[in-house]
Design a protein around this ligand. Structure first.
Ligand SMILES: C[S@@+](CC[C@H](N)C(=O)[O-])C[C@H]1O[C@@H](n2cnc3c(N)ncnc32)[C@H](O)[C@@H]1O
Length: 215
C-alpha cells in the first residue's frame, strides 16, 4: 500500500462511512474517547466560540465540541468524503444541533473562516500530504491566542518491527500504511505555533498536541 491520492482517500472513506463508527470500537476499548475528551478540554473552548474540525469524518467530536461551545457557539466540520459527512449530518439532525455545519472540501484548499477560535483535527491530517502547508496556513489565519488541537497515530518509537506491522495491519482498513510514517503534523505545529502540550498515548502509537498562536 502507498500514500493514498485524494480520490483514493475519498473513495475509501465513502466506502466505509456507514460502518466507520463501529470500526472505531477497537480504539474506544483502548481508551480513545477519554483522550478525545481530554484534548477538547485542553483547547479551552468557551461558550460562543467558533471551532473548526478538519477531516471531521462522521462527526465523532461534535458532541464534545457542542458541550464546550454551547448553542451560541459555531462548529464547522470539513471533510473530503460526502458519505462520511452524511453520517455526520445524521448525528446533527438526531441531536437537533442547529449550530453545526459540515462542508465537503479538501482541507488543503479550504480557507479558514475569519475569527476562528479553535481548529481541531483528530486522526485526519496524518493522511493529508500537504499537512505542513495546511498548518502553516492555519497559523497565519488564526488570531493571537487561538488554539490548535491535534490527535493522531504515530510510529511508536520502541516497538519491535513485527508489532508495528501488526498495528498497521489492524489500522489498514482506515488507509494506514508504512508510507505515512513520515507524516508528522505535530512537528509542523511546533514549527508554526507554540506547542503548549504534547503527549503520547496507546504506548506511543498515538499522540495529542495542543498549540497556541503566539501574541
Ligand atoms: C480516520 S478519519 C478521521 C475522522 C474523525 N476526525 C475521527 O477522529 O474519527 C480521516 C478522515 O479524513 C478525511 N480526509 C482525508 N483527506 C482529506 C482532505 N484532504 N481533506 C478533507 N478531509 C480529508 C477522510 O475523508 C476521513 O473522513
Amino acid at each position: 500500500m502507498s500514500v493514498l491520492s485524494k480520490s483514493e482517500a475519498r473513495a475509501l472513506y465513502d466506502r466505509i462511512a456507514s460502518r466507520y463508527d463501529l470500526m472505531l470500537v477497537q480504539f474506544k476499548l483502548l481508551g480513545l474517547e477519554r483522550h478525545r475528551r481530554r484534548l477538547i478540554r485542553q483547547l479551552d473552548l468557551r461558550c460562543g466560540d467558533t471551532v473548526v474540525d478538519l477531516c471531521c469524518g462522521t462527526g465523532v467530536n461534535f458532541e464534545y465540541l457542542q458541550n464546550a461551545v454551547g448553542s451560541k457557539g459555531r462548529i464547522i466540520g470539513v471533510d473530503l468524503s460526502s458519505a462520511m459527512l452524511e453520517q455526520a449530518q445524521a448525528k446533527i439532525y438526531e441531536a437537533g444541533w442547529k449550530n453545526i455545519e459540515v462542508i465537503c472540501a479538501d482541507v488543503e484548499k479550504w480557507p479558514l473562516p475569519e475569527r476562528t477560535d479553535v481548529v481541531l483535527s483528530t486522526f485526519g491530517l496524518e493522511m493529508v500530504p500537504g499537512y505542513a502547508d495546511v498548518i502553516k496556513q492555519i497559523s497565519s489565519s488564526l488570531e493571537p491566542g487561538a488554539r490548535f488541537g491535534l490527535m493522531g497515530l504515530k510510529k511508536p518509537d520502541r516497538w519491535p518491527d513485527w508489532l508495528v506491522r501488526a498495528a498497521i495491519w489492524l489500522s489498514s482498513p482506515f488507509g494506514v500504511s508504512r508510507e505515512y510514517e513520515d507524516f508528522q503534523p505535530w512537528k509542523a505545529a511546533r514549527r508554526y505555533l507554540r506547542v503548549r502540550n504534547y503527549r503520547t498515548m496507546l504506548m506511543g502509537a498515538a499522540y495529542s498536541c495542543v498549540a497556541v498562536k503566539n501574541h
